[in-house]
Design a protein around this ligand. Structure first.
Ligand code: C2E
Length: 689
């Protein structure tokens, strides 16, 4: 029986004499709800209804079933056995009172009832019953609480613990009774933390917080602990009540959420948010230890091309492997972060961060340039790395990141697959790149592109047999932007497909013009980007352009760089075969700079290899380059493929290549790339027989 606030307690009056009932009801009705029964059976019936009385005033002498019998019946029934009963009887003998109390009555009143006495007895019994009910409830809560509860005395010795405590700590009650709660301590909570806890308990009578305890089996676990003080009326401490719950699961969830917030889901590397937090700490630490930090920005060269042409799954697989290789290239204490896309950042600290980061950059260049096998596809990529140093290149995170990014762009601009330290004069570069991207988008519509043609001659007789088509961009502000600079950007921003198509259309229509002017024997050689190679219906598009300009397949040679062909050799073989089926000739460009696999080279249905001009350049002075040229020519001839030597500038180079039987030559020695209108003049000149 626990008081329900606002609801009066119910008393059942049992008496066969209406006057008696009247007296009792008049006395009690102001403070209690009243129900009346005029005989025993009616009393029993009302006593076990759901609206059960909290107290019964029971007359002893009644006709039929007397009060004693009613009492016995009440005590025998589970629903009514605990209802307090006061006997009200005209029999004031001691014997009768004792008999009634023996039967289990809670009190005994004699008639005529003295109202104040009646009121006091009723109040006392109800208060006592209420207190008992509350105690029962508290005991139930103590025994069945999911939280461990521990009661200690004023000296903080354990008095009582509940079953949840036993479950949670592993200790039996008998093992802890009389002991200090420090038996549970793990050693992980510091003396300072305990001091703060006791300060709060003594000052406010309450403390709540997380501490680490040790289970009896030795496991350490976190718990949320609440301690409150129970004081006596005089204010002195009687007890401390501690309740606690194991929050390992909650902690694990929190940890998981923190991990998700701070990590990149694809590679599981820390993310940008984590980098911000960690870099701040690194900067403080480095300053204290008088060291330096390096922030290395790493971007994969032409990742977009791989992603767009081979699909996101392959792109994702590549990023996971790159993340793995980056981790392998640094010490455990260095931080490797994925910013997003193909951008990674490494932060390392050292007494000499420039030296350390150069060493790491070298390792990364080697590690990331090795071949990848993703979803059964052989891939190659290289990184461009920009490095900024703290405190030298910036005192804030923003500046360090910006400068490393600028240095990375510089690494890209000077040819990719290298690393660059930030230098103040690089700052203008980022703006240039943004301007370049922006301008490229509108360059086609604004008609800023045009073509140049560079003759290719047969080595043995200088006959012009072909013209390489070279794209030019004349920007009103930037001037003539070299294709080496804008073509990679066009690839990255996804413009190369449209641009390549424009080149093919324009060059084919130009060749038709020349054909109509009587130049029958030259073909054109058009460069094809890796993205075009993967374009849907490439072969149909090429066929349709040829048809539209009344050209045969053999009038067109398509040049694909070695690295583009080897990006996915199986696909390249398939597309090359389809192009061969419509008669188009095929050449591998920049041969020697990539990583051709000979087994694939044999399978590619190509007619020509173009020996890269970097080898031709030093052919007379560098024995390595000379050896590469000779070997390439021999290899190509063994496979029945012609060799075009690029960048021939001197007679000596020409003689050397002629001697090594290079089939075709191209270079400034014969002619520089020229506008379309200069071509007929050149073709008619006595040199180009
Ligand atoms: N130093 C020297 N250079 C010589 C000599 N003879 C020719 N060259 C240059 O060598 C490059 C030959 O083109 P590439 O290897 O296909 O290399 C090309 C090609 O990869 C790319 N490119 C040009 N036009 C296009 C195009 O329409 N589509 C695509 N996808 N790429 C293109 O841009 C690259 C650079 O083109 P360019 O700057 O026009 O540079 C041209 C040409 O001007 C020489 O004797 N000495």
């Amino acid at each position: 029986m626990v008081d329900e606030p606002g609801k009066k307690l119910l008393i059942l009056l049992v008496d066969d004499v209406p006057e008696n009932i009247h007296v009792l009801a008049a006395a009690l009705k102001a403070d209690y709800r009243i129900k009346i029964a005029v005989n025993g059976p009616a009393a029993l019936d009302l006593a076990q209804r759901s609206d059960r009385p909290e107290l019964i005033l029971l007359d002893v002498m009644m006709p039929g079933m007397n009060g004693i019998e009613v009492m016995r019946e009440l005590r025998s029934r589970p629903a009514t056995k605990d209802i307090p009963v006061i006997f009200v009887s005209a029999d004031s003998s001691e014997q009768s009172q004792v008999a009634g109390l023996d039967l289990g009555a809670d009190d005994y009143l004699t008639k005529p009832v003295v109202v104040p006495v009646l009121m006091a007895r009723v109040r006392n019994i109800l208060q006592r019953k209420c207190a008992e009910a509350q105690l029962r409830l508290a005991a139930h809560v103590f025994d069945h609480s999911g939280e461990a509860i521990m009661i200690t005395d004023r000296n903080n010795r354990i008095l009582q613990v509940n079953p949840a405590f036993i479950r949670l700590t592993g200790y039996a009650a008998s093992e802890v009774r009389g002991k200090s709660p420090s038996i549970l301590a793990s050693g992980k909570t510091t003396p300072d933390e305990y001091r703060a806890m006791w300060h709060s308990i003594n000052e406010t009578g309450f403390w709540q917080g997380e501490i680490w305890d040790r289970h009896k089996d030795g496991c350490v676990y976190p718990k949320l602990l609440t301690i409150s003080v129970v004081r006596s009326v005089s204010g002195s401490v009687d007890y401390y009540i501690a309740s606690f719950a194991d929050i390992s699961a909650q902690k694990a969830t929190e940890e998981k959420i923190r991990h998700i917030a701070h990590h990149d889901p694809l590679t599981d590397l820390p993310n940008r948010l984590y980098l911000q937090i960690s870099l701040k700490q690194t900067m403080l630490l480095v300053r204290r230890k008088e060291e330096e930090a390096a922030v290395m920005f790493i971007d994969l060269d032409r990742f977009k091309v791989i992603n767009d042409s081979l699909g996101h799954q392959v792109g994702d697989g590549l990023l996971i492997e790159v993340a793995h290789r980056l981790k392998e290239s640094v010490r455990d204490s260095d931080l490797v972060v994925r910013l997003g896309g193909d951008e990674f950042v490494i932060v390392l600290t050292d007494k000499n961060a420039a030296h350390a980061s150069a060493h790491v950059a070298d390792k990364i260049l080697t590690a990331l340039s090795k071949p990848y096998l993703v979803n059964g596809i052989n891939l190659r990529t290289t990184p461009s790395i920009g490095i900024s140093l703290y405190p030298h290149d910036g005192e804030t995170i923003e500046l360090l990141m910006k400068n490393a990014d600028t240095a990375m762009y510089h690494a890209k601009a000077v040819g990719r697959n290298n690393y660059q330290f930030f230098r103040a004069e690089m700052k203008h570069l980022t703006n240039d790149r943004l301007l370049l991207e922006h301008s490229l988008h509108e360059a086609l519509e604004k008609g800023q592109f045009y073509l140049h043609y560079q003759p290719q001659v047969k080595s043995e007789n200088d006959h012009v047999i072909g013209l390489e088509v070279l794209l030019r961009w004349g920007h009103p502000v930037l001037g003539n932007v070299p294709p080496d600079q804008f073509i990679p950007v066009a690839e990255e921003i996804g413009l190369i497909g449209r641009l390549g198509e424009w080149v093919l259309n324009t060059a084919c229509s130009q060749l038709r013009d020349w054909r109509s002017q009587g130049f029958k024997d030259v073909r054109i050689a058009v460069n094809l980007s890796v993205q075009q190679l993967r374009q849907a219906h490439l072969v149909e598009r090429v066929a349709s352009v040829l048809r539209a300009n009344e050209l045969a397949g053999g009038d067109l040679e398509l040049e694909i760089t070695e690295s583009a062909a080897m990006l996915n050799p199986e696909v390249a073989i398939e597309i090359f075969n389809a192009l061969r089926n419509i008669g188009v000739e095929l050449a591998i460009d920049d041969f020697g700079t990539g990583y051709s696999s000979l087994s694939y080279l044999k399978l590619l249905p190509i007619q020509r290899l173009k020996l890269d001009r970097t080898f031709v350049k030093d052919i007379e002075t560098d024995p390595n380059d000379a050896a590469i040229c000779s070997a390439t020519i021999a290899l190509a001839h063994a496979l029945g493929i012609e060799v075009v030597a690029e960048g021939v500038e001197t007679e000596a180079q020409r003689d050397y290549l002629l001697h090594r039987e290079a089939d075709i030559m191209q270079g400034f020695l014969f002619a520089k790339p020229m506008p379309a209108e200069a071509v007929p003049v050149f073709l008619n000149s006595p040199r180009a027989v």
